[in-house]
Design a protein around this ligand. Sequence first.
Ligand code: F6R
Length: 615
Amino acid sequence: MCGIVGYMGNREAYPILVKGLHRLEYRGYDSAGVALVNSNGDLSIYKTKGRVSDLEEFCQSKDTTGMIGIAHTRWATHGEPNNVNAHPHYSESENLALIHNGIIENYAVLKARLMQNGYHFKSNTDTEALIQLIEYIKKQNKVDLCTAVQLALGQVVGAYAIAVMEKGQPDLLIAARKSSPLVLGIGDDEFFIASDASPIIEYTNKVIYLEDEEIVIVKRNLQPKIVTIGNVEKTREIIELEISLNELEKGGYDHFMLKEIFEQPRTLRDCMRGRIDVSCSQVVLSGIIDHKERFRNVKRIIILACGTSWHAGLIGEYLFEEFCRIPVEVEYSSEFRYRNPVINPDDIVIAISQSGETADTLAAIEQARQAGAFVYGICNVVGSSIARNTHSGSYTHVGPEIGVASTKAFTAQLLVLAMMALSVAHEKNTLTEERYLRLLNELNVIPDKIEWILNTTNDSINNLSKIFTYAHNFIYLGRGYNYPVALEGALKLKEISYIHAEGYPAAEMKHGPIALIDSEMPIVIIATDNGMYEKVISNIQEIKARNGRVIAVVSEHDTVVKAIADYVIEVPATEDCFDPLLTTIPLQLLSYHIAVNKKRDVDMPRNLAKSVTVE
Ligand code: F6R
């Protein structure tokens, strides 16, 4: 999704802006651009379709001087990815430049009105309507840039994080947000703005997260001033971030995705640290402890999420129902928010989101809050919008996830859900003490078991991936706790290799998908030795009877599936309910290696965005 960077200080802005754009590449984008005001007050915009490196090449012959600038990576929503639609956009007189993340929903009305007033539009974007409107208001009302921005945003329907600069004003940078994230970084006599902290952290760890409908006015040598669209002055707390630059780098791996897959033993240990006590006798999740009455008495839990986080939610449903005997519904946020759902004030809503910025999940949370429900967030990004808009919650604490395809965030979401379900079950007495302790002890050794899988299977999965690199379709099957893992495995393959893949509950196969099976069709089936083992073996027999090519994820030392499957990948045994934490790992590796063999852009797959801040 679009990325924003801005700088004002005593250094040349261009290198800082370009570096910042590189750090935001993980969000996914199709074009990039930069606007600079030099010391003479000249305003220049350079932009191009393609990568940030294409922008750098384009700028080689240009004047990129100036100690103030804004830069943008665009993820197309209105108008195809091309040089004209790329940001920044000029106003009619070319005196103003704007970058924008979000969607101006009423842009067509605004554009028509401005065209009637003699304004000309070059792009197909919604964004251009906003910068034209700001200029129109500035001229009509004879006001300064900040007031024009306030008045214009008052007319806008939609979501935005914006930054604006003006020709002849090398000392003024204005930024604002509503429903799209924006962070202000405060250095020594220099200021940064960005969609998240990753472009800023190299220079300062002091940040302010702007709230909805707030505008920050950054003037050289002055403290930034924050006002609302309605011109109410605000004071915001400066937060000191603890994230390091090292955490953002690839650490010797070829791709961020591979680094993040291999980080999982550590990230899960980090996620558990301080939450499962050393003697493994209790879970200490402050978000639950602070609201234990509510969790003890809740009649229904609704889990809201999108994509991979939704798959984690499905596993959460199984965990809460099994451990706590609480009915759970899992909903796509995008469906929930538009279908007039029944929400009771005594419901608990759990919103799961790696980025904490997913627009549909944010909107669904708001709806649940309006209906009086208690909302608990499971997020990775500290200080993100969802983390701030929920009553309570738990961070997954896995550090920044840069690869667009989610891996370590998914396993940490599963771990948090497992810890939550165990903690609530303990409160409600729905598990025997013996089983509760056994599960806690098992959870504690899951990172070691993942380490084993990574060390023992990566090479063989790499070899296996070569056999299937040119397959056109894949089917993923699993039952019980491993059914959502099958969905997640298929999604991972689709996302990064662009191979069509479908996930199904294994028993559903005979209700339709079995028609697809022939000797060309690879079927990945999770067949670990759990409560569903015998049933899954029958499903494998059905596939083999139709000549399907079976790649089975099995428990260590399995002999039965090994005898009938074409290929097997072993994982250590665990409790049925924790199987997904292990079985998902080989599926991540399989997708990764196939995508690498196909020379795909693994960390930034086409059309995808890391943080989906538009609905
Ligand atoms: C898949 C993936 C997406 C996200 C989805 C929700 O690998 O990353 O499906 O899970 O866009 O994002 P978050 O979790 O940030 O709300």
